[in-house]
Design a protein around this ligand. Structure first.
Ligand SMILES: [Zn+2]
Length: 49
């Protein structure tokens, strides 16, 4: 994930929409846990995204 891309998304979508997208992006589809943004797997169930 790049900072510049993030900033452009914030500008385009607004902060609220951006945060909602980020939340969806980093939520495990299997257990609803938090996905590690660096390693790409769920902290809770360990599934690879
Ligand atoms: Zn999970």
């Amino acid at each position: 994930m790049s900072m510049i891309e993030n900033l452009e998304n914030i500008k385009r979508l607004g902060m609220e929409e951006f945060l909602r997208n980020e939340k969806i992006r980093w939520t495990c589809t299997e257990c609803g846990g938090t996905i590690c943004v660096h390693k790409g797997y769920c902290y809770y169930c360990g599934i690879k995204i």
